[in-house]
Design a protein around this ligand. Sequence first.
Ligand code: BGC
Length: 784
Amino acid sequence: MTKSFTQNILPITIVAGIAIGISAFTIHPPKTPARKTIEQRIDSVIAKMTIDDKIGQTAQRGASSRVKGPLPEALKNAVREGRAGSVINVVDIEKVNELQRIAVEESPRHIPLIFARDVIHGFKTIFPIPLGQAATWDPEIVEQGSRIAATEASSNGIRWTFAPMLDIARDARWGRIAESPGEDPYLASLLAKAYVKGFQGDNLSAPNSIAACAKHFAGYGAAEGGRDYNSANIPEQLLRDVYLKPFAAAKDAGIGTFMAAFNDLNGVPSTGNQFLLKGILRNEWKYDGMLVSDWNGVVEMTTHGFARDSSDAAAKAANAGVDMEMASNTYEKNLKELVASGKVSITQLNTLVRDILRLKFRLGLFDNPYTETPDGKVILTDANLAAAKKAVIESTVLLKNDNITLPFAKNVKKIAVIGPLADAPHEQLGTWTFDGDAKDTHTPLTAMQQLYGKDNIFYAPGLNFSRDRGTDGFSKAVKATHDADAIVFFGGEEAILSGEAHSRADIGLPGAQDSLISALHQEGKPIVLVIMAGRPITLGNILNKVDAVLMAWHPGTMGGPAIADMLAGIYTPEGRLPVTWPKTGAQEPLYYNHTNTGRPATKQAYVALDSIPVGAWQSSLGNTSHYLDAGYLPQYPFGYGLSYTMFDYYHLVQDKTVINPGETIQISAEIVNVGERAGTDIVQLYVQQMVGDVVRPVRELKGFKKISLSPRQKQMITFKLTAADLAYHNQQMKLVTDPGIYKVWIGRNSAEGLQGSFEIKEAPVVKEKGRKIKRIVGGKTSTN
Ligand code: BGC
């Protein structure tokens, strides 16, 4: 099995130049005899299956959370009778093996089960939430985190996770932004590959590999108004150029499964969306893996008003190519009749079953169905915890640092630790941590007590939890600051305030946190605000009342020690924002790669609404696209993040100013650490196409590189771009690169940088729909 899978994983995409990875090419491994073997083995299993056996494979059963106590008889019977292809949320090696034994020994066709679980950002060793991991801009640490998650989860019998979530998120009100890779398709695509590699390893049939799942296909992150489950309306061009990109990357990396999204996309629920699931996923992308519905996603098509009843829903999902039904049982109830009446063909049912069996073969389950207890400790090992701590340091974004408040100077010896998240082990784990334990979690309070000595930390939370509106604890909190040299306020959101079905309309600090910070401000001591949250938090006037701000997201198991070390300067925060940070939630959706409009606001000074004289006929920004009361700029742009040191960028150099077909342009800049400390920077490459067949974004990320420099050290960073890297979908939905002028920036974030430009002289050769090579001229495909 081991041999056959490595030869079968298809196709492998190789990216030249790691994070600066500009040009990607695809190698299709030859069709080896081993590949045939899997298909032949599927043939021989399917030949023996009755229609009931086939329908049985399409069912995923289990419970909505962990099955506790003895296994339910109903579940055992369903497995025994061959009415289950997969089981969700049974997480225990004995129970997994018991159910597997029933499947393999007692069910009619002896087909093994796949055990599934949401292992989203760790199993027991919890890493930062995915949005935090995106802030690392580091595919290596993301791969390491998902490898650790796979090793820990598989030791408990789990061989399938519902991750990575690859929904581009442009609206911080949406609770599931916490689970997302952020707003940028380029960054998200690199991370998608890293997640797949980490979860699945080099060989999916290895006992410590688990199948990954690209979810939620597609457009779920564009929920209108940022309200979870809401409709997504995305023009096809935007869908292809932004929302689908990370999914395509996951597919190219050989991901084992996809999940259909809950939402309707342009009026058609994803679960029954032929255009998405058949047209794009299967026909264009040639995906041959398994496709599962989301929880009750099939039956909910009736509530959407897209299916008449459960039978109609089953037919629509099955005909769109949803192989397995999670939670609801419309397939079990209706497929037999639907096949008899010809509404679903037997060929289509066989296709669904083949996809399911293919995954089971790829996972090696037919050959090794049982989970063996691994030799030695694999859960919460020192190495796992060290990697989780590293991930926190890489993900933490220093947003503000007036008067070099951080790192604390040597004379800061006594620290007041205030705030509802200073010692909240469960809350710092964040959303989707089914298996993470508060008892294994290291909080900032305990870590700071260890680092500075218990007697030097004056702890008074002030508020019991993030939404607490009571002010009873304020006086104690203020008193705790009296003998302190500095104050650290740990605020933000409890875990429950982000994630699925946890969208917020107001994304400021909840409860009385603002008032407590204002009270602390009166004491006149330096205040550091450490935010732990599942999304950017709007800070309003509070921003002026604190000296430094660290965004730690929900940092997971090792949040405490990492944050304590960063405050003390043992480590420097390295994160950069993977999403635009708004001034107010009312600006959302807000993202850097927007288009220009005919009347863009420019950098001229924005005067707040309150200061516009009565009788004035227009604001300081004139008739441009902005809000009278919030301007047009975000609080912090995409890509932003400070360091404890400073970097300057010099000498933008291009090796050419004109790109002819087949050529590569090299763009370089010199980065100098002009500060007093060592530090890391993330050097970012952005491009703007000045004129397009459809309007083009004002900037698009096309490359980045993370570098570490000691004081006064400099480094030349070079990015490479080809015409294919600039391709987009035009009005005819062709993937083209237009001749014309392009601006280019190398900078520290999406709002600044050294600027250059180049011209593409002739229509270059580009890929169409990711496969065929064609020469495109002004949207028309030429014949040569
Ligand atoms: C979520 C999925 C998740 C599934 C299984 C659904 O509610 O949308 O992301 O994988 O539940 O727990």
